[in-house]
Design a protein around this ligand. Sequence first.
Ligand code: GRF
Length: 194
Amino acid sequence: MKLAVFASGSGSNFEAIVGAVHAGDIAGTVQVLICDKGDAFALERAERLCIPAYVLEPRKYGSKVEYEEAVLQVLRSYEVELIILAGYMRLVGDTLLSAYENRIINIHPSLLPAFPGLDAIGQAFDAGVKITGVTVHYVDAGMDTGPIIAQEAVKVEDSDNKEAVQRKIQAVEHSLYPKTVQHVIEDLGRRINQ
Ligand code: GRF
């Protein structure tokens, strides 16, 4: 299956997914990285991993529709079938949602529906929860609201500071996301063959 990853920042999940493809754990290829920020570290990873990367900055377009149409053109040129959001810090609009219905997934660093939105790890830490975790979900028009596909819990010990929680969450993300991408690919395959 032909995949695109969208990222705005570091891109460690992007790299984990490419690693899983190389290891044969994902039945697909990462065709392209889409970045909405020219200075995202994910771009350096893409270069090292030899994945084509495109920077499309929304402010350079007249509207969200025009921006997403430009993104769509890139996706179509690579025949992308599944979009993987990995630290893509913006809401997906109607243009992409209707072109890729049930084919856009996201990872969020909390056990949704708890702590949606920005700085979920900080929100959970400040709330003093003893268990937090990671959620992979289908994307809809809301903020971290689509149907949940997979979750994994992370224990917060009394001795953990926020950085320790973040490290634990990231380690879980890097194994849960590739595994879940493979499940979604298998599911899509079944849906297409029905
Ligand atoms: C991850 O924690 C992910 O859950 C959230 O943004 C972060 C992206 O990290 N959506 P990275 O850019 O993949 O390192």
